[in-house]
Design a protein around this ligand. Structure first.
Ligand SMILES: [Zn+2]
Length: 902
């Protein structure tokens, strides 16, 4: 739920190079944050959790799709000819009315005009192919709307899930793949002449995209490079780690930076903690008084220096060891001030709960041991080669801050095997998991806001030298930081202090292997452990074939998302799309406001403030203005600091994550750039930012089955309208409501209204907690509804608001509105029914049990079945549309049991 704004630097700084992050340029606008907590926090307000890799259609599926589309096209042509009209949204009187299908619950067909355009016929075909009319919609609406979609969209063998989100992503990827296929190579561009600046920038941009993609799909080239690119990284980390080691680790030496006592949480600026008075007991700001005593053993200064350099370097490359620092607004002092936030990180498993399971820990020990052994073998092999070559050339070039000539020889002798330490690395991670706070705590805006003066950090966390750490990463040492969990910080310091030096080293090496191993060629042994771990947590077979094209298209988007987005938008977000989407979004905001006076639990004062906040929300649709993706030069400048080598995928990936880290740090001490997006145009997602108070919808999500500009309004509103309502509702969900219209974490609720909100929220939390999924071991897992509450509230509000906005549109009447709401041919469902069917279909998703279990632990969204059924049981409008009996049918709660907030 964090805002990922990044400051645009002022232009008065020129020489800003940092040792580890060379070449901070002056046009830093930053890019999407890749950090785990950054991603995680973002998920809270996003529509989806990060999407798993989609697959391409298999040949048979492709044939069936083409075949059915061809049939539909034929049908469309015939109907079109018959109707004798080719209007954009043709409609004709309802005679004959569409006959209800065999399982259709409507005994009488609905009456009204019928839309016979090609897009309507295609949409009708898609609906028919998705729904299962053998299921009673009042029994299980999710099954009714998605059963046949689920059957025809199996999970690709190398993925953990496949749903409409992945389907749309794979369609978007096809468009980008075609753009890349048509693009010139870097070589081609060199021999071109250009008439104008835009054309030249476009050709160079396209060549860059192609270069990155080609490097990724060139698996033979990656195999040829072997393990060396990663070995260079690992060697560098070890060299830094030992760069100050003159003797054995001396226990009891005080840290170089400080002779004062270890951190005590009272040294925090507690006076600056927000104190929203209307918090339930569990939500009041918790200073987490640490009980770490006796004090942890201080590290020796040599060890501290080595760890500081190795850790800063790893973080500068985006490797998440022990913790991560993200740059975001200061929610209490100034939401526009780029401020470092300290988050827990560094676990190899997706979540701490894995470390409680013996079977999973046993598996993990095996993987870590394999990974480190593969590395040891490479080192041994390399040494033997060096010896046989006798005195060959000296080390490779690269980032060599720590490679002092004399030290190098000394360090090479120190390359002790690390595989024997595998169990201790896992134990270190297990203890790290133990001190890692719950996701509920870390996403709680109040509990996770703990500002501290940077000068006090050494007393809090003495294991590294903070002055040196910051100097390595940024020219402006931050004045203050925000700790998401002070208790974690002190516990981590203690954990590092009591861990043997060689285990820390092995952990850093394993972290790099785990994160970067998959950037190596498929036949490179050092890659295997990282891949095996990734597949295990997704529940994917160890020998499933990877779809390289899909992986690479996702990777191109991650590295060059605004560049790819420029050309994606030109292809896939044309005409009136942006205008219509904005119409829908603003109508949903209007419906939200119009509903406020009807909510009897909301008092006058709070209602006014809610209105003000709704009015202040910024709406961002399609593509950003910073960088301006309608301008080829703006996009080229934005990525000028990422050079791409078409023959070296590893270096491209490392360069991309280094660039992100650099841009992140470059904004410290500046104002955040309020126009910068943290989602890319082709991304299939949407978000609300509480600190930026904006809702954002990339062009990537405005695609079928969420949206099509020529669809009837009820289809658009049941799917995309609900997404718009969802993001809007985040501004008023249990966490979002704590921020005011300007993005400050500042209470604007009266006490009574806040209490009323709590009562309604508890109703939803209880409802969702009663839902379960299989744990894959014969048992069931309840949803962690205290963790998913924000998303559940947003889902509930989103659909209600979209329905109201649509009804308001219908009530406004007129020919245009009528035409925009014509019935679909051949279905026999009413418009109200179609609104809800569109909603149900938009959440279709197949998921493997392991992936589902992982998501119960890590994903703040409820499983999609409950995102549909859990919302609809509370909506009398749904029960009425399908004739479900309240209190009797499963899909219709009795009025007294309904949970509603907005
Ligand atoms: Zn959300």
């Amino acid at each position: 739920m964090a805002t990922r704004d990044y400051g645009r630097p002022s232009t008065d700084d020129h020489d800003e190079d940092r040792p580890l992050l060379h070449g901070e340029d002056n046009d830093v606008e930053a890019s999407s944050d890749q950090s785990v907590w950054g991603r995680f926090k973002r998920q809270v307000s996003a529509t989806f959790a990060p999407l798993a890799k989609p697959d391409e259609l298999r040949p048979l599926e492709r044939f069936l799709v083409i075949f059915s589309v061809a049939l539909l096209l034929l049908a469309a042509i015939f109907i079109g000819l018959f109707a004798g009209s080719q209007h954009k949204l043709a409609h004709r009187p309802a005679s004959p009315a569409p006959a209800p299908g065999p399982g259709n619950p409507n005994s009488n067909p609905p009456e009204g005009d019928i839309c016979t355009t090609k897009d309507c016929v295609l949409a009708a075909g898609e609906v028919l192919r998705s729904i299962d009319e053998t299921v009673n919609p009042c029994d299980d609406f999710y099954a009714f709307t998605t059963n046949n979609w689920l059957k025809s969209h199996p999970i690709p063998s190398d993925a953990g899930l496949f749903g409409t989100g992945q389907y749309v992503l794979s369609e978007n990827s096809k468009i980008i793949r075609q753009i890349i296929a048509d693009a010139p190579s870097v070589k081609d561009v060199e021999s071109m002449t250009f008439g104008d600046e835009q054309t030249e920038a476009d050709q160079r941009n396209l060549a860059k995209l192609k270069g990155y993609y080609d490097s990724c799909t060139d698996v033979a080239g990656q195999d040829k490079l072997g393990a060396q690119p990663l070995l260079d990284v690992l060697d560098h980390i070890r060299t830094l780690f030992h760069s100050h080691k003159h003797g054995k680790y001396e226990e009891g030496n005080p840290p170089a930076s400080s002779h004062q006592s270890y951190f005590h949480v009272r040294s925090l600026d507690e006076g600056e903690k927000p104190l929203p008075p209307n918090q339930p007991p569990g939500r009041s700001p918790k200073p987490h008084l640490p009980h770490e005593s006796p004090r942890p053993t201080p590290p020796s200064s040599e060890r501290q220096k080595g760890l500081t350099e190795a850790l800063a370097w790893a973080h500068s490359r985006g490797l998440p060891a022990f913790f991560e620092i993200n740059i975001d607004g200061d929610a209490v002092k100034d939401p526009t001030a780029a401020t470092p936030w300290f988050f827990p990180s560094g676990l190899g498993f997706p979540d701490q709960a894995y470390y409680d399971d013996k079977e999973e820990v046993a598996f993990y020990k095996e993987v870590v041991s394999d990974g480190l052994r593969a590395y040891d073998n490479e080192v041994k092999h390399g040494k033997e080669q060096k010896v046989s070559k006798k005195k060959g050339k000296k080390g490779k070039k690269g980032d060599k801050k720590g490679d002092k000539k004399g030290d190098k020889k000394h360090h090479e002798e120190q390359r002790t095997p690390l595989a024997p330490l595998a169990d201790e690395v896992v134990e270190l991670e297990r203890q790290l998991a133990e001190i890692t706070p719950d996701s509920e705590e870390i996403t709680d805006p109040v509990a996770s806001y703990n500002p501290i003066n940077a000068t006090k950090l050494p007393y809090t966390f003495g294991s590294i030298n903070w002055q040196d750490y910051f100097s390595a990463l940024t020219v402006r040492t931050p004045e203050r930081l925000i700790l998401s969990s002070p208790k974690f910080v002190t516990s981590l310091d203690a954990l590092i202090s009591r861990t043997r030096t060689e285990v820390l080293e092995a952990y850093l090496i394993w972290t790099a292997i785990r994160e970067l191993g998959t950037a190596l060629g498929p036949n490179v042994k050092l890659r295997a452990a990282a891949e095996r771990l990734d597949r295990y947590t997704k529940g994917v077979d160890a020998d499933a074939k990877e779809n390289r094209e899909t992986v690479c298209l996702n990777d191109v988007n991650a590295a060059l998302g605004f560049m790819a987005g420029r050309y994606f938008v030109q292809e896939a977000f044309k005409g009136d799309s942006k205008k219509r989407v904005e119409e829908i979004i603003y109508s949903v905001i209007a419906a939200f406001k119009a509903r406020l006076p009807e909510l009897d639990w909301l008092d006058e004062k709070t209602r006014k403030k809610a209105e003000e906040k709704a009015d202040a929300i910024r709406v961002m649709v399609g593509y950003p203005t910073s960088p301006n993706t309608t301008d080829a030069v703006s996009v080229a400048n934005f990525y000028a600091d990422l050079s791409v080598d078409p023959s070296n995928y590893f270096s491209n990936r490392l360069a991309s994550s280094t660039r992100m880290s650099k841009r992140n740090w470059a904004s410290v001490g500046r104002k955040l750039n309020r126009d910068l997006w943290d989602m890319f145009p082709a991304e299939v997602n949407a978000e609300y930012s509480p600190q930026g108070n904006y809702i954002l919808f990339p062009a990537g999500i405005m695609q079928p089955p969420y949206f099509h500009v020529s669809w009837p309004s009820y289809l658009q509103r049941g799917a995309f309208g609900a997404v718009a309502g969802h993001e809007l509702s985040h501004a008023f969900d249990p966490d979002g409501r704590l921020y005011d219209k300007d993005g400050y974490l500042r209470d604007w609720w009266t006490e009574t209204t806040a209490q009323e909100f709590q009562v309604r929220q508890a109703c939803l939390t209880n409802q969702y907690h009663s839902y379960t999924v299989s744990d894959g071991k014969g048992g069931e897992l309840h949803l962690r509804s205290n963790f998913t509450k924000g998303e559940d509230v947003a889902d509930a509000g989103g659909l209600v608001q979209s329905f109201k906005a649509w009804k308001d549109e219908l009530a406004s009447g007129g020919e245009v509105v009528e035409a925009a709401n014509a019935l679909l041919p051949g279905l026999g469902y009413t418009r109200e029914q179609m609104f809800f069917i569109s909603y149900g279909i938009s959440w279709a998703r197949n998921i493997r049990t392991s992936e589902q279990v992982k998501r119960i632990r890590t994903d703040p969204h409820s499983p999609t079945r409950y995102r549909v059924n859990g919302v609809l049981v509370n909506m009398p409008e749904f029960a009425e549309a399908f004739g479900c009996k309240a209190g009797k049918d499963k899909m219709a709660s009795a009025p007294k049991d309904r949970c509603n907030i907005w």
